[in-house]
Each structure stands twice: as structure tokens, then as C-alpha cells.
Ligand binder design. Structure first.
Ligand code: NOJ
Length: 760
């Protein structure tokens, strides 16, 4: 039997080898017949003409010209099968006849829009997250897309950064689990790509979320050790899950822009983590290295290539300068061949040489996209992505309750879609008002402006359109006075049993280029909330946001706060399901919610300092704290309420000592003590008490989302080994150091119970 297994294993290895060598042989042959220009052309990626919107192929189309000159390896930004088919035909007829790889920013769903990534992460449900990526892959591949610019796995500790909305929050362990789930969802779990699976592009590599002061594109100042321990795990886990490509980020690390950083790309990603795919720059990132102060376009292009970058998105640095650099001995032919080979390998793996039209099937475009099944699934997903931050008992509401729905976010479909939703159905997203009005008598009033600063509001609402749509005429805003809007809302409120105030950020306040220094609910909407409070009616605040906001006044004065982020296609309906009790909220925060912006960066897994100060105690001189604010967040990492209640029994460790190579089980019995069935996210944290380097006060190392029927109990178990207790030491080795560890279990990072485990 043993011999049989050995023979079988050897055959499998051989099969793998022969597949690889088949690919190698194919690509060798192909490259032998390619000119230098054609090879460099493969390294060039452009956005489709009319990025996002449908485009027609014309002779003047810049991409057509590039294709005919053999100067384009890929195109991104179009999901128009007809257009892409024509472009692919031109690619096959030109130069070396190599098919294009076709990319798209499919971030949280494709035509069916799912909750924004930060919201998705609050589900803590990896199966669900994987399935959203699976559905997105099916839809994307039906639209001619074979490569998605997702998952975005940047860890972020600073809510001022607008792109916090695009990622999975502040924790590297959870981020790593999400990264794997997304890669599996898009690409499948085996090495082959099926017709409805697409290649992922993990971004933004690396450390983009560490932007200083939360200002987008800003410098990152992190030690390698802190980067490895606190930020890099999600990128690493994505590589282990088999991610096909990575996108380099805009920021610098250790004084070298990430797009030309040999440590990040070649040493860490390729050598240490074994990644064997290709790396594309972010849009114009090579060109931006000039502004970073590294050199002219020729210099930065050469350095980027040599550092391990393979494809240039929108800088024309590679097509524009590499030939010259080769002639001058600045780069070698081997450098160019290496990058070209990696891109051809990706196309080979996607099956594009076998069938360049594999993903360009107009029938699928008509049948597999935005289906009733996908929309129904989106609604289910949304149920798990709404965080109940406060509830004095007003929720769930009874159907039939007369509600006044007010606020500038109540009828805003595109803000339900959220940032980076490229679906042509964005404006059909179910609004909060529509969802609520389906189940109960409801009135509507806009209630307030988005914000008082009209110029700023215009810039936020229409800035993108003004940039990309020549001749765009912005509709007038602030046409009705703020007083009048508030008066209408108050009058509706007085005639209702309950007020539902839909406030927060519109989608263009999140995502790229959307940093804020004031992360409160905008001033005009705060005025509305105060006026509603003054009516004496119960006010349920439904918060639309892409980042943690400072909600001190709201926590004190609102009867309930349901944070719904941007929920996607079925958002309004799914929110109504939660408000009226058809779904029981179970989401938990994956980012700390600060009390004030001055606390930022704020994250639960911080270090202790030599003069630690308890999170919830007031100012004391000569300890590490603020005079005017507590250290602790308003809502901690892992926090979220339910319509039922849970009681945690005592934590048990199967042993209090563990040999380095052994394992220990930590368990807890959780009881649903309320009257409704629910899903609870049970969390396990550790703290290495003494280590050769300082360690965070808490680190998430396990979580389980369990369904517990009312009145029932469930025993939840976590296995701990040296792996969960390891960290990157000062020498950057991944080690578990013997000694004492605190093991913590709880419903969030604050309300925990602790036991001591000694590793021998
Ligand atoms: C810039 C963004 O940073 C990145 O996330 C996106 O994928 C590219 N543009 C392409 O649209």
C-alpha cells in the first residue's frame, strides 16, 4: 500500500512537472518568435477607452493603435463583451498575435453589488465572503473580464484614510483569512481556471494602508518588523492561497517606492512566500516615482523592472524607455524576458492561448449576470454585514409602526452601492426608504443638506464626473434651505411613532482620494439629528459610512444606531429586514471606532508602553494618555450587538502548560439567553507577556461564528499551537518563544476573560 502511494505521488509530481514544462515549452517557442518591441509591449497595460462605460472600437482609439503596433499586453476597465471581442480580434491579428488579459476593478461584486469590503469583513464569515467572490467571478467572467483587481488587503489603523472602506479592517490575522477566502472565491481552490473563474490581483502591495496621518498616497514609516507583524500577513496568505498576480502600491517603504522596491517584490513576495505570478504597478505608479524624487521616467522604469515589477499600468514607462535602457546597458534582455514570460504564463494559465475568446461569450453576458439568485444572495449577505452599535430596546420595530424616514442618505441608491461599484445597476440599488416603505407605513423627508460647505459638497459629489466626463453639467445643490429641510423632517417626525434617520457619508466620501481630518457625521446632518432628538420621538439612526466615524453625541442621544455601511444591490431591503426583525444582526466591528479624531491612529492590537494607562480611566499625569480624552475607543474591535443576548461560561484550557511542539485546546460554552436565535462571533486573543521584542497587548488568533438557538448553548473550541503564539522577532525570524501567554476569549476585544498558558 505504502509503495502504491509513493508511486502515485511520484506520478502526480510528474504530471505537475509535465504541465509546467508544457507551459515552458509553449512560452519558449512563442518568445523565440517575438521581437524585442513585442516583448516590451506585453508589459504594457492601459485602461480601456471610456473606462467603465461601454466604448466603441474606432481606428482613432488609442488602444487600437497600440495593439496594432504590438504595444499592449492587457486592457482594463471595460466589461463590454462586444467591445472586448473586437479588441481581442485585433490583438490576435497584430504583432505576435498574443491575446490580451482583460482586467477590471471588481471589488465588492460585479453587476450584483455586495456590501463594501469593510462591511463584508464585519460578517466574520469566511464562507460567505468566499461565495461573494465566487459570484463576482461568475459575473465578471461573463462580461469578458478574466482578471480582477481584488482583493484589497491593506491593513489600516487610521479612519481618516478613505480607502479603509476597501479593505478588511485593522487586524492582520482576520485580514489574512479574508484574503484567502477572496482568492479562493475568484480563482477556485485548484490550480486550474474554469470558464467562470478569474485571476486575482492582490493589492496594494504593500503597506498602502499605513499612509501617514491617513492622507491618501502619503509616505509609510514602518519598521520591517512591525510591517511583518502588523500589516503583511494578508498579502502573504493570499500568496499561499495561490493568488495569480499582485498590484504594487503608490506609497514608499523604507525610502523606496513600493513599485520599485526589491525587498517587497523579490525578496519577500517571491523568495520568502513563493509567489510565482506577475506584478503590475498601480495606475501611473511608475510615472509617480519621478515625483517621489527617484529619477526621470527612464531611470524609474528601469529600476522598477529590475526590482521585480512586470507590468506597467498607464505610465508608458516600459514601452517608452526600456528599449533605450537596454541599448544603454541600463537593463538586460533577461530582465525584459523575465517580466514578459511571467505575463505570458498568466495568459497561459487562464487558457487564453487555447481559446482567446474563452471569457468573451455574449450568451453568458446575457444570462449569468445580475440574476435573481445573485440578488437574493446579496440580500442574505447584507444581513450579516450590519453592525448594531446601540439599542435601548427600540429595535426591532414592529411592522405597521408609522415611521418617518429622514435624511440625505435615505433615498440615495448609489451610496447603497458604495465606492468602487462599477455595476451598471448602481442607481437601481434598493434605497433605505424603499426597503422600509415595503414593510411599514413610511413618510420621507430629505431633512438636511449633506454638509454646509456647498463648494466642498459639490466637489465631493461631482469631482469625478467633472474630471472624466467633458462637458458634464452638475445638478444644482442646496436649492432648498437647510431650515426648510429640517422643518419638513421635524413635522414628519411629530406625526410618526418612530424616526429613522438615514445619515452619514455618501459613497464619494470613501475610497480613493477621500481622506478626512474630521470624521464626524457632517455638520448639516448633525443639525438634523439634534432637531429630531428635540421632538422627543424615538430616533433610530441608520448610519451609511465607509469608515469608522466619531459618534460620541449620537451614542448618548440616539435610541439605536445601526451601522449599515454601504450594502449594495439589495441594501435597503436587507436593512429593513434587520430594522423590523426579520434578520437578527450578528456583524462585529473589524476596526476600532474612535471617540475623537485626535486618538488616531487607533487600533486594539497596540503595544503597552513603559507607562501604560488603562483604556477607560481618565487623565493621569506621567502615564501614556490624553488630558481630554480616554485612550479606549467608543466601540472596540470585535464589538456588535444582537437582538438576543449571549452569556459566556468560564474559559477552559485543556492544559496550562504546552511543550513547544504540542497543542492546547481553549474552549468556552456560549449560551443564547435571549428569546431569538442568533449568530455569535466568538473571539480568541493572545498576549505574549515577556518576549525578546515588545508585543501587542492583544492579538486575535482565532474566531468562530456559531449559530445558537434561543435557550441553547454551544461549546466553542480553539486549538493553540506554537504557530498561533509566534511572531517575527528582531532578526525577522518567525518564532514562538517559551514563557507565559495570556489567552483571552470574549465577544469582542474589550469584554474578555483571561487564562495563563505556559509554553515550555
Ligand atoms: C488606482 C487604484 O489605486 C487601484 O486600486 C485600482 O485598481 C487602479 N487605479 C485601477 O483602476
Amino acid at each position: 500500500m505504502k509503495r502504491l502511494i509513493v508511486v502515485f505521488a511520484a506520478l502526480c509530481v510528474l504530471a505537475g512537472c509535465s504541465q509546467n514544462s508544457e507551459m515552458d515549452r509553449y512560452i519558449n517557442r512563442l518568445m523565440d518568435g517575438m521581437t524585442l518591441e513585442q516583448k516590451i509591449g506585453q508589459l504594457n497595460l492601459h485602461s480601456a477607452s471610456g473606462f467603465i462605460s461601454a466604448a466603441r472600437v474606432t481606428e482613432e482609439d488609442e488602444n487600437v493603435k497600440l495593439l496594432k503596433a504590438g504595444e499592449l499586453g492587457g486592457l482594463y476597465g471595460s466589461g463590454d463583451v462586444e467591445y472586448l471581442r473586437k479588441i481581442q480580434e485585433i490583438a490576435l491579428e497584430s504583432g505576435a498575435g498574443i491575446p490580451l488579459i482583460t482586467g477590471m476593478d471588481v471589488i465588492h461584486g460585479c453587476e450584483t453589488v455586495f456590501p463594501i469590503p469593510l462591511a463584508l469583513s464585519t460578517s466574520w464569515n469566511m464562507e460567505l465572503i468566499e461565495k461573494t467572490a465566487r459570484v463576482a467571478a461568475t459575473e465578471a467572467s461573463a462580461k469578458g473580464i478574466n482578471w480582477v483587481f481584488s482583493p484589497m488587503v491593506d491593513i489600516c489603523r487610521d479612519a481618516r484614510w478613505g480607502r479603509i472602506a476597501e479593505g478588511g479592517g485593522e487586524d492582520p490575522f482576520l485580514g489574512g483569512e479574508i484574503a484567502k477566502a477572496m482568492v479562493y472565491g475568484y480563482q477556485g481552490r485548484d490550480a486550474e481556471y474554469a470558464d467562470d473563474e478569474v485571476m486575482t490581483c492582490v493589492k496594494h502591495y504593500a503597506l498602502y494602508g499605513g499612509a501617514e496621518a491617513g492622507r491618501d498616497y502619503n509616505s509609510v514609516f514602518l519598521s520591517r518588523q512591525e510591517a511583518l507583524n502588523g500589516y503583511l500577513r494578508p498579502y502573504q496568505q493570499a500568496a499561499y492561497a495561490g493568488a495569480g498576480s499582485y498590484m504594487s502600491s503608490f506609497n514608499e517603504f523604507e525610502g523606496i517606492p513600493a513599485t520599485m522596491n526589491p525587498y517587497l517584490m523579490d525578496e519577500l513576495l517571491r523568495k520568502d512566500w513563493g509567489f510565482d505570478g506577475f506584478i503590475v504597478s498601480d495606475a501611473t505608479a511608475i510615472l509617480e516615482e519621478v515625483a517621489h524624487g527617484i529619477g526621470d521616467l527612464q531611470e524609474v522604469s528601469a529600476r522598477s523592472l529590475q526590482a521585480g515589477l512586470d507590468m506597467d499600468m498607464n505610465s508608458d514607462g516600459f514601452v517608452g524607455t526600456l528599449k533605450k535602457s537596454l541599448a544603454e546597458g541600463r537593463v538586460s534582455e533577461a530582465d525584459i524576458d523575465r517580466a514578459c514570460r511571467r505575463i505570458l504564463e498568466a495568459k497561459y494559465k487562464l487558457g487564453l492561448f487555447e481559446d482567446p475568446f474563452r471569457y468573451l461569450n455574449p450568451d453568458r453576458a446575457a444570462t449569468d449576470v445580475y440574476t435573481p439568485e445573485n440578488l437574493a444572495f446579496a440580500r442574505e449577505v447584507s444581513h450579516e454585514c450590519q453592525v448594531l452599535l446601540k439599542n435601548d430596546g427600540v429595535l426591532p420595530l414592529k411592522k405597521g409602526t408609522r415611521v418617518a424616514v429622514v435624511g440625505p442618505l435615505a433615498k440615495d441608491a448609489t451610496s447603497m452601492a458604495g465606492m468602487w461599484a462599477t455595476s451598471s445597476h448602481n442607481s437601481e440599488c434598493f434605497t433605505l426608504f424603499d426597503g422600509i416603505a415595503e414593510v411599514t407605513p413610511a413618510t420621507y423627508a430629505e431633512g438636511s443638506w449633506l454638509m454646509k460647505d456647498k463648494d466642498l459638497e459639490e466637489g465631493i459629489r461631482f469631482g469625478m464626473m467633472r474630471m472624466f466626463m467633458p462637458g458634464f453639467k452638475a445638478p444644482a445643490i442646496h436649492t432648498v434651505s437647510q431650515q426648510q429641510l429640517i422643518a419638513e423632517a421635524v413635522s414628519n417626525a411629530r406625526r410618526a411613532d418612530v424616526v429613522i434617520a438615514c445619515v452619514g457619508e455618501i459613497s464619494t466620501m470613501n475610497g480613493e482620494g477621500a481622506s478626512r481630518t474630521d470624521i464626524s457625521i457632517p455638520d448639516a446632518q448633525q443639525e438634523l439629528l439634534k432637531a429630531l432628538k428635540a421632538t422627543g420621538k424615538p430616533v433610530v439612526m441608520v448610519l451609511v459610512t465607509g469608515r469608522p466615524l466619531t459618534l460620541g453625541w449620537e451614542e448618548e442621544n440616539m435610541n439605536a444606531i445601526l451601522n449599515v455601511w454601504s450594502q449594495g444591490s439589495e441594501g435597503g431591503r436587507a436593512v429593513a429586514d434587520v430594522l423590523f426583525g426579520d434578520a437578527n444582526p450578528s456583524a462585529k466591528l473589524t476596526t476600532s471606532f474612535p471617540r475623537s479624531v485626535g486618538q488616531l491612529p487607533l487600533y486594539y492590537n497596540h503595544k503597552n508602553t513603559g507607562r501604560p494607562h488603562p483604556d477607560y480611566e481618565p487623565y493621569r499625569k506621567f502615564t501614556s494618555c490624553y488630558m481630554d480624552e480616554l485612550n479606549g475607543p467608543l466601540y472596540p474591535f470585535g464589538y456588535g450587538l444582537s437582538y438576543t443576548t449571549y452569556e459566556y461560561g468560564p474559559m477552559e484550557l485543556s492544559a496550562t502548560e504546552m511543550p513547544l511542539g504540542g497543542s492546547v485546546t481553549a474552549s468556552v460554552t456560549v449560551s443564547n439567553t435571549g428569546s431569538r436565535d442568533g449568530d455569535e462571533v466568538v473571539q480568541l486573543y493572545i498576549h505574549d507577556i515577556y518576549a525578546s521584542s515588545t508585543r501587542p497587548v492583544q492579538e486575535l488568533k482565532g474566531f468562530r461564528k456559531v449559530h445558537i438557538a434561543a435557550g441553547e448553548s454551544v461549546k466553542v473550541e480553539f486549538t493553540l499551537t506554537a504557530e498561533e503564539l509566534s511572531f517575527y522577532n528582531h532578526e525577522l525570524d518567525w518564532v514562538c518563544e517559551p514563557g507565559e501567554f495570556e489567552i483571552m476569549i470574549g465577544p469582542n476585544c474589550r469584554d474578555i476573560q483571561t487564562s495563563i498558558l505556559t509554553v515550555l
